[in-house]
Design a protein around this ligand. Sequence first.
Ligand code: UTP
Length: 275
Amino acid sequence: MIKRCLFPAAGYGTRFLPATKAMPKEMLPVMAKPLIQYGVEEAVEAGMDIMAIITGRGKRAIEDHFDISYELEHQIKGSSKEHLLDDIRELINKCTFTYTRQIEMKGLGDAIYKGRVLIGNEPFAVLLADDLCTNTEGDGVLAQMVKVYEKYRCSIVAVQEVPMDQVNKYGVISGKEIDSGLYMVDTMVEKPEPEEAPSNLAIIGRYILTPDIFELIEQTEPGKGGEIQITDALMAQAKKGMVMAYKFKGRRFDCGSIDGFVEATNYFYEKSKEK
Ligand code: UTP
């Protein structure tokens, strides 16, 4: 039912300089697979087949990744390496990739708003590829969230408990737990100091949004850091109607940071050796 997944991928990725000087952060590989490909695979698993990617200057490699490279295909045809392209080929066949650019990096809320032309008037998912999520016990995180959406038909944010001294890196929610791990949001604060944080439930890079969010973003003034914050628009949505926070099952690696990226690499390396 949710067909489109939006990937805001216009950020500068300054924490990975100089690697991200000429290469998109989303193309950093964990093992041999770029972060954004993990994200697209998660979206496909959740039943989506239109990938709407918000790019910016210096991000062209993302478009080339989700396209055929005839020269390369020709070179490796019939060789022992041909199978290495199987997964990406399958994604290219299954999905439609659409793109638009964010001209000025005015924040995640603004990046999502730029996706309006690619999304239209329907509910959609948002996936931040630098949050790499995995669940070995069952459905991926977006697939879990689609199930919640099917029941409640409102915007949903994925949350995770984080140590209190780290809440200032995240949007933080509080709300009434209406089912195990499912909260009806009543407060949302962007990057609060620990003493101001309403809880330690931090929003990670997975959302399902209903399309009225676009008008709410339009009305959102720049917030923390002078950026248009999606958290502020979501808070407005929660006040008007309903927003849920879902404590997902599985693991999440913050691949936007060096520590998280190395952790993810070690994790997937160990997993690959188990096979
Ligand atoms: P981050 O703040 O983690 O990413 O934004 P960044 O700015 O690329 O990285 P650093 O902090 O400089 O290292 C979270 C996500 O939102 C996207 C980013 O691409 C990333 O996926 N984003 C952020 C945009 O697309 N546009 C923006 O204006 C801001």
